[in-house]
Design a protein around this ligand. Sequence first.
Ligand SMILES: NC(=O)c1ccc[n+]([C@@H]2O[C@H](COP(=O)([O-])OP(=O)(O)OC[C@H]3O[C@@H](n4cnc5c(N)ncnc54)[C@H](OP(=O)(O)O)[C@@H]3O)[C@@H](O)[C@H]2O)c1
Length: 258
Amino acid sequence: MKHIAIVTGASSGLGREFVLRLDRGEMGPLDEIWVVARRAERLEALERTCATAIRGFCLDLTQSDSFDTIEHALQESDDIHVALLVNNAGFGSFGDFACQDASASRGMMQLLMQAPVELIYRSLPFMHEGSRIINIASVAAFVPQPRLAVYSAAKRFILDLSRSLDAELREVGIHVTAVCPKFMKTEFLDAPGDDEAARAMTVIGFERIADVAHAALKASRAGKSLCIPALDMKALYAISRIAPYELALKIERALGVF
Ligand SMILES: NC(=O)c1ccc[n+]([C@@H]2O[C@H](COP(=O)([O-])OP(=O)(O)OC[C@H]3O[C@@H](n4cnc5c(N)ncnc54)[C@H](OP(=O)(O)O)[C@@H]3O)[C@@H](O)[C@H]2O)c1
């Protein structure tokens, strides 16, 4: 049986870090790592860097035929076992909803919500007891975020989806982990949008990509449904579960977040 991991958004930032760690065996031995993103040259560079066999899929995950491509590849491979699926690809756009480009918001919803759902559907028939799914959410999922409205709502979707799926699938020994990082210094922050709104929100601080990937893989191995790597964000999550939304907004305004 061939054991594989599938990592989306593998061409940079957190996704690339996941691939490097999987290559080092942090989730056990793998026969292949399937890496998905639009930039082929970045995926080819990973093939040269990793000791594990890398199979690159140069795909745009806002296009529905991309999921068919991955499903066909799974069906064509003999005796394949998806040990891990990491739904990581994403981008955000800061600024007032009314000033956002509608097509960018549509793309964000496709990439952050539709793509993980499709990839989970396509991968599940190839998973067995012990398989894992990691979905990258965000601390933006904790409370609705003005000036990051579509992104934060989409991240809430993947957070809630992950936890329900984990409850369903744990009976068959498959675990789903939602990961909620705070800001990381990646290309994510270069996306077009309102720079001033982005700067204001980063007041909550940054964490290291390496720390997030390490915590996410550890939580996944332990079968946890939620991973919040930063201690201060764990506290924020606990508060967000009990504080009224209006209070959360007041605190964010006081901090100058929006
Ligand atoms: N950085 C942060 O502050 C932060 C905080 C919380 C959560 N997150 C989340 O962490 C995840 C990883 O982001 P990152 O920080 O590592 O950002 P990043 O460096 O910009 O990486 C984003 C990845 O997504 C891929 N991607 C974007 N659009 C795609 C599309 N249409 N089809 C296929 N792949 C696509 C990109 O590859 P190509 O461009 O080559 O397609 C890239 O590999 C995202 O889900 C993000 O929302 C980030």
